[in-house]
Each structure stands twice: as structure tokens, then as C-alpha cells.
Design a binder for this molecule. Structure first.
Ligand code: FCB
Length: 414
């Protein structure tokens, strides 16, 4: 075997509550209802350049596509879904707890929903699958939204109270992830202003760095007070950022500044508070001054995202200096035809392997996602799953690439 991974390596996939569960009521579900018509109307302008436009057109122009609704009905079918993960040899699984279920009204915690997640964890453990539990994968309860959401300076207090409660209720969780990709929310909701609450304002964005960093720091401490042995971290979305022209000072400056805000600032603000680093890798940004993307795009996903698996090597090498265990908590592509997925997973893993050989302490890989799911403001047409979902019948169908990934897992390499 050419690429043999370290003993005990974690292999699995990730999901998030709002994208798979169905039946959620939170800031996003409300926003979806208010924006579905608009998003359907804008689809042609946004997506008609994609090579698969003819195939996705009907769905992308249908307002229903933008309503998460019952999603994959994973809330009711998690046992069946974990059977599939088990059959594919996964030994770890990342999922998120939906805060709006746990605390639907301020300060009132719902015992039935807590029990639900206890059962989810039990179901994983019963299959020898280690749970990685995310506390915040972007959605917030309506009452918190009404207070301004993540920009409220007391957001950290509310969030860490919820985190502490979860640590008390689920004491056997070994791996906690406080926040998912804070910088994605900062840029999409407060920088570009496309996601709820659609507030395009650089000063607001800077403020949210602070409230979210404090949320992580406070939650980190509270979880440790309850469970001193737990491993706590947050998920950082890290892109491979480079200047378009290596000898252009302006391109280099553009890349440097972008890298600071997207990869480094949040990590600096939370510096002492991680037991591990969690990395989601999707993007390569080759930047020309003052900010134009000049990627080659030799291969792209169904969403037009460049497939650039070698970028993960550079991202991992950059983290070596932190001297913490690293988990790749998301990596994947939208590929309805399952054409590139096997190639993409293998190429990514070759680059992860290379980083490990050079001393980077990578301990796990989670493919995004176990299931096709609801992709935020894009809706249901992007197909990220190892497992295909028929949204009419809710039937699950394992894609060929998932079996290839299973072979890698069984051999702990390839
Ligand atoms: C990540 C998100 C995840 C999913 C993938 C495609 O940024 O964490 O929820 O949408 O992108």
C-alpha cells in the first residue's frame, strides 16, 4: 500500500442539523420562507453559466427548492443512516445539535429534544462510531435572532450557557466542536450580505469576529469545567490562498490581507483555547489585486467550485506550528453524477498523507457529507452525499464512490 495512514486514524463523514434533520424552526427556516421566491428568480443570473444548468434549471427556479422543510428526515431516520455509515466502515461521525430545538424559548430547555440527541449518540456508540458533536452549525433560535443574533454583545453568554448545559447532559462526549466556520458566517452574512440577517457592513463584520471568538472562548472554558477531559475546538474553514502573480507586490499584498482575515484572525482571537484544530477545506483562491479570483478551474464541481485537492497540503503545513492534533472535519464536492468524487477523495488524501509524512499531526478525515442535503441559500440541487437521497420517497442509495471510500477505510490507506 502506497498511502498507509497512522494507526487509529478516524474516518467518517459529517452532517449538520439544519441541513439534514427536517422540521426545524430557527432564523434560517424563517429566512427561507421570506426569500424563496427571490432566490428562485435570481437563479438564472447566478447559475446559468454552470455546465449543468440544463439539469438543475427546473429545480433552481422553483421556490420550493429554497425551503429546507423535511430535508432528509434524518431526525426520524438517523438509525438507518448510521447503519449505512457503519456498513461503509466509518468509525467516526460529525453531526450538530440544533440549538433551537434544545432551547426554543429563552432559558427553557426541552428535555425531549435533549433525549433525542442522547439517543443519537447512543446509536453511534452502539455501532462503534465515535461522535464529534458540533454545538453551533449556523442556525439560531428565533428568540436569539430577535435580540440581533451573533452581533449581540451578550450572544457569548447565551451560547456558552447552552454549551455548558449540553456538556452536563451529554457527559460522555469526547469531542466537542463549539462553532462551525465562524468566518464563513462573518463574510456571507455581514461581509457580502447574502445570508441571514443580510447585513452588509464591514464594521458589523469586525464586531462579529469578537462576539463569536468570545463565544468559543467562554464555551471552551465552561465545557472544560463540566468535563475536564473533553477535547474542545472550533471548526475553521481554511482556504489555500496565493497571489496570482508570484512576483507582483500588489497581488502578494492582496493574498496576505485575505489570508489574515479568512485564515488567521479568528485563530489568533481564540489562541489558547483549543485542544485540537479542526479544518474544513473547500477553496483555493488565486488572487489578483484588488481581489479578483484568477483560478485555473481545470476541474470544477456541479456548483462551479474549483476542485483543487492539492491545496489541503499547504493549509495543513501552515498549521504545523500550532502543535495540536488536527482533524479535517469537512471536505467534499457537489457531484450529482458521482464522476469526480472518488478521484477527489483520493487526491485529497494523498495530500493529507504527504503532510503527515512531513510531521503534521492529522488524526482524522470527515467527508462532507454522509447524505445529500439542503445546501443553505442554494437549496437541494447540490449533491454532496456519499449517499444519494430521493427527496420524494426519502429512499437512500449508496453512491459508487462511497464504496471506494469504504475500501480505503478498511485498509487504513490505499
Ligand atoms: C461548509 C458548511 C457545510 C456545507 C458545506 C458545503 O462550508 O460548513 O454546512 O454547506 O460547506
Amino acid at each position: 500500500m502506497k498511502f498507509q495512514f497512522p494507526k487509529g486514524f478516524y474516518w467518517g463523514a459529517a452532517t449538520s442539523a439544519h441541513q439534514v434533520e427536517g422540521g426545524n424552526h430557527n432564523d434560517w427556516s424563517e429566512w427561507e420562507k421570506e426569500n424563496a421566491e427571490r432566490l428562485a428568480k435570481e437563479a438564472e443570473k447566478k447559475f446559468s453559466h454552470l455546465k449543468n444548468w440544463q439539469e438543475i434549471k427546473e429545480q433552481a427556479q422553483n421556490p420550493q427548492n429554497y425551503i429546507s422543510g423535511r430535508a432528509c428526515d434524518h431526525y426520524n431516520r438517523f438509525e438507518e443512516d448510521f447503519d449505512i455509515a457503519k456498513s461503509l466502515s466509518h468509525n467516526v461521525h460529525r453531526f450538530s445539535i440544533e440549538w433551537s430545538r434544545i432551547e426554543p424559548e429563552e432559558g427553557k430547555f426541552n428535555e425531549i429534544e435533549i433525549e433525542h440527541y442522547r439517543n443519537v449518540i447512543k446509536a453511534l456508540r452502539g455501532r462503534d462510531i465515535e461522535p464529534f458533536v458540533t454545538l453551533w452549525h449556523w442556525t439560531i433560535p428565533i428568540w436569539m435572532r430577535d435580540k440581533g443574533g451573533v452581533i449581540n454583545k451578550y450572544f457569548p453568554n447565551y451560547f456558552s450557557r447552552y454549551a455548558e448545559r449540553m456538556a452536563q447532559e451529554l457527559p460522555d462526549v469526547k469531542f466537542w466542536i463549539t462553532l462551525n466556520e465562524p468566518t464563513a458566517v462573518i463574510s456571507m452574512a455581514y461581509g457580502i450580505g447574502e445570508w441571514p440577517p443580510q447585513r452588509r457592513n464591514p464594521l458589523a463584520a469586525l464586531k462579529v469576529y469578537k462576539t463569536l471568538a468570545r463565544s468559543h472562548n467562554d464555551a471552551f472554558k465552561k465545557i472544560h469545567t463540566v468535563s475536564p477531559k473533553a477535547n474542545v475546538g472550533f471548526v475553521n474553514i481554511l482556504s489555500f490562498i496565493e497571489p496570482y502573480k508570484k512576483n507582483s507586490i500588489l497581488d502578494k499584498l492582496t493574498a496576505r490581507i485575505t489570508k489574515y482575515f479568512s485564515n488567521e484572525k479568528f485563530l489568533n482571537l481564540t489562541k489558547w483555547n483549543h485542544d485540537f484544530l479542526a479544518v474544513d477545506y473547500y477553496f483555493h483562491n488565486r488572487l489578483q489585486f484588488p481581489g479578483k479570483m484568477k483560478n485555473e478551474n481545470k476541474k470544477v464541481s456541479d456548483m462551479g467550485w474549483e476542485l483543487y485537492p492539492e491545496g489541503i497540503y499547504y493549509v495543513l503545513k501552515d498549521l504545523k506550528k500550532c502543535e495540536k492534533p488536527i482533524y479535517i472535519t469537512e471536505n467534499g464536492l457537489a457531484d450529482a453524477g458521482d464522476i469526480h468524487r472518488e478521484w477527489f477523495i483520493k487526491e485529497t488524501l494523498k495530500n493529507v498523507y504527504k503532510a503527515i509524512q512531513e510531521g503534521v499531526d492529522v488524526r482524522g478525515y470527515f467527508y462532507w457529507s454522509l447524505l445529500d442535503n439542503f445546501e443553505w441559500d442554494k437549496g437541494f440541487w447540490p449533491r454532496f452525499g456519499l449517499v444519494e437521497i430521493d427527496y420524494k420517497t426519502m429512499e437512500r442509495k449508496i453512491r459508487p464512490s462511497a464504496y471506494e471510500y469504504a475500501k480505503i477505510i478498511k485498509n487504513n490507506g490505499f
